[in-house]
Write a protein of this length. Structure first.
Length: 165
């Protein structure tokens, strides 16, 4: 129990530190810090034992690598279809190719999800596997909200909006 509390505390501190950093809107994100916060967050939420963690994290890291490679592959493909991200003036032909590429990417993502959900269930209980899906999405949403608030200068407390002129 104390190990989980320690990991949760570390994760919370990392997330608070990330959201509290001041700087220009286009500053670089510290991906190592985010990775450490995600590990602490998921370890705590999944209630991983030491033994499960030793087997789970290499599988999860492999999963993340595969998803990242897929995103890069399709990102390049999409960028090659539209110059300067000029989506407003793209041709119907380019739009159709973009849609085909989008569907191809979603199918490839679903294939990876199916493969790794099976692998995760070999290491985790079905409940932990479902929590992984749920909490990974929760972590991602929380991170995006924090990054968005830090970029637009919004206050971080209570989700309050920045007062206008």
């Amino acid at each position: 129990m104390s190990r989980r509390l320690l990991l949760l505390g570390i994760g919370a501190l990392l997330m608070l530190n990330l959201s509290a950093q001041d700087g220009p809107p286009n500053r670089q994100v510290d991906w190592e810090q985010i990775k450490a916060a995600r590990i602490a967050f998921l370890t705590s939420r999944l209630d991983l034992t030491t033994e499960q963690g030793q087997v789970f994290w290499p599988v999860f890291n492999e999963y993340e690598k595969r998803k990242s490679e897929l995103g890069k592959k399709y990102g390049q493909k999409k960028r090659s279809l539209v110059s300067n991200r000029d989506y407003e003036n793209m041709s119907d032909e380019a739009a159709n190719k973009m849609l085909d590429t989008y569907l191809e990417q979603k199918e490839a993502e679903a294939k990876i999800e199916k493969e790794y959900l099976t692998k995760f269930k070999e290491v985790l209980s079905p409940q932990q596997t479902w929590k992984l899906v749920r909490f990974e999405g929760e972590f991602r949403r929380s991170l995006m909200q924090r990054l968005s608030r830090s970029r637009d200068g919004s206050p971080r407390e209570n989700g309050a909006k920045k007062k206008g002129n």
